[in-house]
Design a protein. Structure first.
Length: 68
């Protein structure tokens, strides 16, 4: 999550604290809209876990949409 916060901060020209708030807000928004079993993938990513084989956001999203 720290890498994502840093990237948002740099690209948006905002402080890291503001970027953290933005990233957390987006994560909560997504968790409200995905089926309940998949919100754990978002939680895993946000806490620094890989959320799937090999980790990474691509695997998390792939798992959410049925890719193996």
């Amino acid at each position: 999550m720290e890498e994502l916060i840093k990237r948002v901060s740099e690209r948006a020209g905002i402080s890291e604290e503001q970027a953290r708030t933005a990233v957390e807000t987006v994560a909560e928004f997504l968790k409200e809209r995905v089926p309940a079993p998949y919100s754990s993938y978002i939680d895993s990513f946000m806490s620094g876990g890989g959320g799937g084989k090999g980790g990474g956001l691509g695997n998390i999203l792939g798992g959410m949409f049925g890719n193996k």
